[in-house]
Design a binder for this molecule. Sequence first.
Ligand SMILES: C[S@@+](CC[C@H](N)C(=O)[O-])C[C@H]1O[C@@H](n2cnc3c(N)ncnc32)[C@H](O)[C@@H]1O
Length: 349
Amino acid sequence: MLAYAAHLANPVMYMEEIVVPRLTRHRVPAALPVADIVEDASKGLIKSPRSMPPKYFYDERGSQLFDAICETREYYPTRTEEALLRSCAHDVITQLRPDHIVEFGSGTARKTRHLFDACDRAGETAAYWPFDVCEEMLHDSGQKLVQEYDWLQVNTLVGDYLGGLTGLPPREGRCLYLFLGGTIGNFTEDEAATFLDEVRAIMRPGDGLLLGADRVKDSEVLHAAYNDDSGITAQFNLNLLHVLNRELDADFCDSNFEHRALFNTEASRIEMYLVSRRRQSVRIKALEHTLELEAGEKILTEISRKFTPANLESLLNDAGLAVQRHFEPDNGWFSLVLAEVEGAPVTQS
Ligand SMILES: C[S@@+](CC[C@H](N)C(=O)[O-])C[C@H]1O[C@@H](n2cnc3c(N)ncnc32)[C@H](O)[C@@H]1O
C-alpha cells in the first residue's frame, strides 16, 4: 500500500510514504552541505593519504556483514552494550516516558528492542524513528518491528545524518534520542562536536540522549574485535570496493587488497585500512581517473575512537549536554550515557 502526504507544518517540506499500516518512510532532506560519493572519492582517493568515509560501507550487503560482525566471538561492543541496555531500559523508559524514540544509525535495531520491551512492561507506547543511510535495512527492520510489537508506529528516516538534523519531521511530545553501537567513535573530534551540537539543537527540555561509546582498553582486546578469526570484518572492509565499483564504475579487484585494523594508542583509535597487495592501476570511470597504487599503500576506511569517561563527559558538556546517568559494566569496556539538555533535567513524572 502506498500513500503520500505532504506535511506543510514543517518549514522543510517532506513526504511521508505509508508502506504498510504503522510503517511509514520519510526521506530526510540535508540541511547542511553533504558530499556525495563522487566528491568524497575525488577528495579522498586521488591523493595520498587516501581515505573514504565509513558511511559507504553500508549498502545492503555491508549492513548484513556488520550485523554478522556483531555475532562474532571477538566483537564485544554489541554484547556489552546490549547487556547494559537490557538492565537500564526500564529505568530510562519510566524516567523519561518518551512519546518518540529517534535512533541515529539504527541498523537492524537489534538492541533497541530492549527499550520497546521496557515500554511494553511499563504500559507505555512510543513512535520509533530509525534514521539510517541504508534504505533496505530500514525497510526490513521496520517490517519486522511492526510485526513484533502490535502497538509500535515505525517511521523510517532515510538519509545522511551528516546533512544535519533540522530536516527531521516534526514530533509532538518528549523524545528519547539514541546513538548506539559506538558509532560516535567513527567521527573525528570535530565531526563529533558538530553532530552533538546538531542533536542538542533539536533537543527540548525533558528530552534525553542515550549515547553508546566504546572505551579505551587493552589493545589486544581491541585488535581482536576488529580482526575476527572468521574474517567477517575483512569482508565488511573489502565490500567498500564493491560499492566503489558499482557507484563509480571502477575496477577495484578485492583480491588485490587486504584488510588491516590496528589500534593507534596515541590517537586512542582503531584505524581500519585497505592495503594494496601489489603495485596496481585502478580505473575509476566516474572520476575519469586511474589510481596508481604502490604495494603496501593504504586507504583509510574507518576510525573508531575509544573514550574515557572524562573525555565523553567533556564532549557532551561542550555541546551543552549534561550526563544524567552513566551505565557501564564492571570491566569498564563500554559506556552508555543518558544525557540531558544542561539545566533542563530529563523528566521524571
Ligand atoms: C556501526 S553501525 C551501528 C548500528 C547499530 N546502531 C548498532 O548499534 O548495532 C552504524 C550504522 O550507522 C549507519 N550510518 C553510517 N553513517 C551514516 C550516516 N552518515 N547517516 C545515516 N546513517 C549512517 C549505518 O548504515 C549503520 O547502520
